[in-house]
Ligand binder design. Structure first.
Ligand SMILES: Cc1ncc(COP(=O)(O)O)c(C=O)c1O
Length: 466
């Protein structure tokens, strides 16, 4: 046990290593390697069980918007636990925080997105949205509308349905997924568009991919298109300008429901509570949120459904029709109380305005990393960013997987007091939204030093010549 640390790191490390199966665990090393134990947090910082301090580069997992250690959050959660920790949300039962939060989300969401279905997180929200779409078309007499269009490199979650609409090849290995009614379009990644193709022409091509796919399947069979406005875990892929609006127009033309997965882009990450309308000029038919909804203080997700859709499946004609989908913890009162307090803090401190201010500064600082020899592309928007490591800038060929370049950079960053999110040959950043300019400088400075240390290391091991 380290001096001044209340934690017995060795003991915890052993228990975790011997008993926990972690999400996305590398099973080849899981039984030996073990995990870094994050034991404490404050503001934009986390501390390991030995007391070492790190900047939280990934914001937990794209979610710690208001930062750690907010007493008001603890009090709101404690008050709700003491007044009523839980009651069933099924049928005609609700709780004060769930009712208040649903109304607040309806107020924050654009257009006629006014009907909220609560879930336990983002995966269950996407799963529930797709079940609602199924239910909607079956009930309204269009049962042949079963096909779902999504994109390669998308990430929508880990239930069977949410994993099936996700597109990362690495995550599809060794699993059985639904494939007969789910279609993946090529990813709208401007960096890898064909040599010489303009962004406008690339956008035309990606929009045409959607229209052609709808026509190939038959519009009468296509239920919905689901899209993250910016693909997050796929590597912070910002589609070409106009893509979101034009794909929505295609969906409207063919009677295809448009689902915007704002699990990452929501709650201030792009400078607005929801990015769909103010950033991308779209009002989707269904909007998904989770993560930043509670800033990670409690697990919660929500499906926000348009009145236009909900009216068709409710009212006197629907008497006795049951939407039999839900979870014991749908609209959990403690999670909803946390979300209400979180939203109050974001509004009171104008955290969205702060992101609109520091976001461009963060991107400018991050983009300067492109001058380093292994950095091929730096991309993102506001407080979500990523960089790709390539063999050479002209070919854009990713550094080979076995070099594990992102893991190496992460290791160097950790030694210098920053946690990154390594992903294949990419590193991802989505810090807490309360980060200040001087903290951004420190963070990007550590990344630069760590990339340089990685380049030296790769050179010494004969893995990269430059
Ligand atoms: C865009 C998006 N949708 C859905 C999910 C799944 O959310 P959860 O992990 O809360 O189930 C994620 C998680 O990273 C995500 O990034």
């Amino acid at each position: 046990m380290k001096e001044n640390s209340p934690f017995d790191t060795k003991n915890l490390w052993t228990k975790d290593k011997d008993h926990v199966l972690h999400p996305w665990a590398d099973l080849g090393t899981a039984r030996e390697k073990g995990s870094l134990i994050i034991a404490k947090s404050e503001g934009i910082y986390v501390y390991d069980s030995d007391g070492k301090k790190y900047i939280d580069g990934p914001g937990g997992m794209w979610c710690t918007q208001i930062g750690y250690g907010r007493r008001e959050m603890a009090e709101a959660i404690a008050d709700q636990v003491l007044s009523m920790p839980y009651y069933s949300p099924f049928g005609e039962l609700t709780s004060p925080p769930a009712a208040e939060l649903a109304a607040k989300l309806a107020e924050l969401a654009p257009g006629d997105l006014n009907r909220v279905f609560f879930t336990t997180g983002g995966s269950t929200a996407n799963d529930s949205a797709l079940r609602f779409v199924q239910f909607y078309f079956n009930y309204t007499g269009q049962p042949e509308k079963k096909h779902i269009i999504t994109r390669e490199e998308a990430y929508h979650g880990s239930t069977l349905l949410a994993a099936s609409i996700s597109g990362k090849m690495r995550d599809r290995k060794n699993f059985d997924l639904i494939t007969d009614t789910i279609h993946h379009l090529p990813v709208p990644l401007p960096y890898r568009r064909p040599e010489g193709m303009s962004l406008e022409a690339f956008c035309d091509e990606k929009v045409a991919d959607l229209e052609n796919k709808i026509l190939e399947i038959g519009p009468e069979k296509v239920a919905c298109f689901i899209a993250e406005p910016v693909l997050a875990s796929g590597g912070v892929i910002v589609p070409p300008p106009g893509y979101q609006k034009r794909t929505l127009e295609v969906c409207r033309k063919y009677g295809v429901i448009y689902i915007s997965d704002e699990v990452v882009t929501g709650f201030g990450r792009l400078g607005h509570f929801f990015a769909s309308e103010p950033v991308f000029d779209i009002v989707p038919d269904i909007l998904i949120c989770a993560k930043g909804l509670t800033s990670g203080y409690q697990p919660l997700g929500a499906v926000i459904i348009s009145d236009k859709l909900f009216e068709k499946v409710s009212g006197s004609a629907a008497r006795g029709v049951i939407f039999s989908n839900g979870f014991t913890y749908s609209g959990h009162p403690v999670a909803c109380a946390a979300a209400l307090k979180n939203i109050e803090i974001i509004e009171r401190e104008d955290i969205c305005g702060h992101v609109r201010e520091v976001g461009p500064y963060f991107m400018e600082r991050l983009k300067a990393l492109a001058e380093l020899p292994i950095v091929g592309d730096v991309r993102g928007s506001h407080l979500m960013g990523a960089f790709e490591c390539v063999t050479d800038k002209a070919s854009k060929e990713p550094l080979p997987a076995d070099i594990q370049v992102a893991d190496r950079i992460d290791r160097h960053c950790q030694a210098r007091g920053l946690i990154l999110r390594p992903l294949d040959h990419m590193c991802i950043l989505s810090p807490p939204l309360v980060i200040r300019e001087e903290q951004i400088d420190t963070m990007v400075g550590i990344i630069r030093d760590s990339i340089e240390a990685t380049i030296t290391e790769l050179g010494e091991e004969g893995l990269w010549k430059g």
